[in-house]
Ligand binder design. Structure first.
Ligand code: SF4
Length: 282
């Protein structure tokens, strides 16, 4: 058995087997990234789609995704590559790319005002080695690096990536321990600690997907935004908060999409504590 120390789960993995996330494997007595350089998604997006509202607005961003995830959100909007049966099949079918190839691609499209690479779509930090190696090369070429994460990696991973990551969008999926542990399979306190540590290292923005009857009360968003207001980004600016609409997907089809009016009302509540609040998917 080998222990993985990348995220809060600390999987103990038998030789040749995958960890809970499906992205790491035990080989020769140690755990390594099984999804290293395995690409399932590649797109040019406006940076606002990540979402990042206050980090080089107007830029295009080369977005790269692999497969696997260490949470179990039943409504996952990217379930095809995160934790479904289909996601597991990418172990055989995903394309491969080296860090060098990705950086060359990013440099080629630089003329279109794009100078940023985003590691996104699935949970990128379960394969942090590829993020690290690509981001190092990208930084050396004058590019910037963004990570879109669920904020569940251990502090050592954040420390290792810190010098090469310029911005992060981190999910703060709700503000109750029940929601994190019973619905998502995570740990809210650990995510909060990750956010605090990340905000000391790079530009951070947060996203809360507002799910009807789960995390859509005014009380919860008031408490969440009050906590966020205590944090600051490295430039001393307040941390932006994105409140996004849920759509029924994957294993959560028993309720309708979040009412747009709910998002705008909760955005007003969050603005009691924060200046930068952005409704999303509306
Ligand atoms: S990164 Fe994957 S293998 Fe490692 S502890 Fe987390 S879920 Fe387990």
């Amino acid at each position: 058995m080998a222990e993985c120390s990348v995220c809060f789960r600390h999987c103990r993995i038998a030789e040749g087997q995958l960890g809970f996330c499906g992205g790491r494997i035990a080989r020769n007595g140690r755990v390594e990234a099984f999804n290293y350089g395995r690409i399932t998604s590649l797109a040019l997006d406006p940076i606002e789609k990540k979402p990042l509202a206050r980090f080089f607005p107007g830029s295009m961003i080369l977005s790269v995704g692999s497969f696997g995830c260490n949470l179990r959100c039943p409504f996952c909007q990217n379930f095809e590559i995160s934790w479904s049966e289909q996601a597991r099949s990418f172990a055989d079918t995903a394309e491969t790319a080296t860090p060098e190839e990705l950086v060359v691609l990013a440099l080629k499209t630089r003329n279109r005002v794009m100078f940023i690479i985003a590691f996104t779509y699935n949970e990128p930090l379960i394969g942090y080695e590829f993020v690290r190696d690509t981001a190092r090369l990208a930084k050396a070429k004058g590019l910037k690096n963004v990570v879109v994460t669920n904020g569940t990696a251990e502090p050592a991973i954040l420390e290792e990536l810190g010098p090469v990551i310029d911005a992060m969008n981190i999910d703060l999926k709700g503000f109750t321990d029940r929601y994190y542990s019973e619905v998502l399979g995570g740990d809210r306190r650990q995510v909060m600690a990750f956010i605090e540590a990340a905000a000391a290292i790079c530009h951070v923005e947060l996203t809360t997907l507002v799910v009807p009857d789960e995390n859509d009360s005014e009380t919860e968003i008031r408490e969440l935004s009050r906590w966020v207001s205590r944090l600051k980004n490295p430039d001393g600016e307040e941390i932006p908060l994105h409140l996004s609409r849920f759509f029924p997907r994957f294993h959560m089809q028993d309720r309708k999409a979040t009412d747009v009016r709910t998002i705008y009302r909760l955005a007003e509540i969050a603005r009691e504590n924060l200046n930068y609040v952005y409704p999303g998917n509306c």
